[in-house]
Design a binder for this molecule. Structure first.
Ligand code: SF4
Length: 444
């Protein structure tokens, strides 16, 4: 039996692809191993959003080749594979095959091909019509939390982003398949699902079977209501695109307790000029209107975002508008990035005129503002009781368990392993910089 070691970089979509690749390979007689040294085949599921992704892949493959006595087969999948294709064979010595983002269902064919004909096989083709989206229990990244892709690819072409090129155009999965998947996972004991996609709220299936009876609402809010009706205990979704975020999504959260009170809505900048150059398709006024709607919810919805500082042409005035925007939105957390150009994107051709020192200054300034707001926001949880799914033992403290609240806060608490997989009520006693700490007071 050949052993396969899978290494995954990047977003939830890559994690989810790896889960299905592992499921499919096991069904074909392969064994998945967590020990790279014993592997016959090593699969690197790559991310192109990372800076110098190709260089890092080059280094990783080199290290693997140097450290292995048994010379495993090395396959590259994911976004770098899709973007670079066969050129990887020339650029990186030691890669045996390349499988693109939509060809992962044929990974065993790639392995077979290399076994029979030697290195140099590539498949950058489209997904099969009857692709199996299910994941076996053994290959889920968590026994209690599952990712469910509902839309692949992206049509937005933000000028700094490579995803539309690496993941292709948007394709929504049929609602009936999604609902069936949710019901199966619920029967198998999964407590929390994340509906995932580059832009989940751009969800627009060709046929909407399973979504009848919610006329006048956007397809995504109808999907949310249909998924809520399955009785799955906790439902989260990630990531949302501001232009396609409509009030009916918040209404659905208000009406269904199992739709969790967390929205991740990347804003990227507080300046309309910068947003226009980024081609984000929303204005700050539109974004504020959404934020006002989210904040008016009685569910105390937690808000998180992504922000880029130092985008080409970003002036001090533009940057200060971003600071003002952060002060207004009071995000519970923000992923702040310094802009760095990605080859192949339109922004790569723009003059990157904010120097490295200035980017760092803006990054630190914004980080400080965000940290203060975050600390103030976290105080609201002190003394409150949150419903927390006990997911695993805490990494840093013996005897503690860790999990997430419905508002997607990390919560640590003392607890026996018998609680794993249970939702418990945790009274918050301490606020840490990026997490909460508390005591279990009851089963939820
Ligand atoms: S919406 Fe923009 S940033 Fe997000 S994946 Fe699509 S192109 Fe990239």
């Amino acid at each position: 039996m050949k052993k396969v070691y899978l290494e995954t970089y990047g977003c939830q979509m890559n994690v989810s692809d790896s889960e299905r690749v592992a499921t499919s390979l096991v069904s074909k007689g392969y064994e998945i191993t967590t020990d790279e040294n014993s592997a016959d085949i090593i699969l690197l599921n790559t991310c192109s959003v990372r800076e110098k992704a190709e260089q890092k892949l080059y280094t990783r493959v080199g290290r693997l080749r140097a450290s292995h006595v048994k010379k495993p087969m090395i396959g590259v999948m994911g976004c770098v594979a899709q973007l670079e294709g066969e050129t990887l064979f020339k650029k990186i010595n030691g890669v045996d095959f390349v499988v693109g983002t939509r060809a992962v269902g044929r990974l065993s064919d790639a392995i077979q091909n290399v076994l029979e004909h030697g290195r140099g096989y590539s498949d950058l083709g489209e997904r099969e019509f009857d692709y199996d989206w299910s994941v076996s229990d053994a290959q889920l990244h968590s026994p209690y939390v599952a990712f469910i892709p509902i839309i692949e690819g992206c049509n937005k072409f933000c000028t700094y982003c490579i995803v539309p090129f690496s993941r292709g155009r948007e394709r929504s999965l049929p609602a009936s398949d999604i609902i069936r998947n949710v019901l199966q996972l619920r029967r198998r004991g999964i407590k929390e699902i994340h509906l995932i996609g580059q832009n989940v709220n751009s969800y627009r299936p060709m046929t909407e079977s399973g979504l009848e009876g919610f006329e006048g609402r956007t397809p995504f809010s109808r999907l949310l209501r249909a998924v809520a009706a399955t009785g799955m205990e906790r439902i989260k979704f990630n990531t949302s695109f501001p232009r396609d975020f409509h009030a009916d999504i918040v209404d659905a959260i208000d009406e269904h307790e199992n739709l969790c009170n967390w929205v991740h809505l990347p804003v990227q900048s507080g300046s309309d000029d910068v947003l226009r150059r980024m081609k984000r398709l929303h204005t700050i006024e539109r974004y504020f209107n959404i934020i006002d709607k989210v904040k008016s919810s009685p569910r105390d919805v937690s808000l998180t975002t992504d922000i880029i500082v130092g985008f080409p042409g970003e002036t001090e005035d533009d940057f200060l508008k971003t600071v003002e925007m952060v002060e207004y939105c009071k995000f519970d957390s923000s992923y702040i990035f310094k802009y760095s150009p990605r080859p192949g994107t339109p922004a790569y051709e723009m003059s990157d005129n904010v120097n490295a020192g200035e980017k760092t200054r803006r990054f630190r300034h914004l980080e400080e503002v965000q940290r203060r707001i975050q600390n103030e926001n976290l105080q609201r949880y002190l003394g409150r009781t949150l419903d927390v799914l006990a997911e695993k033992p805490a990494a840093k403290s013996d005897g503690d368990l860790t999990g997430h609240s419905t508002c997607h806060r990390v919560v640590n608490f003392p607890g026996e392993k018998v609680l794993l997989g249970e939702t418990v009520k945790v009274a918050i006693t301490e606020i840490k910089s990026n997490s909460l700490y508390g005591e279990v007071v009851a089963a939820a």
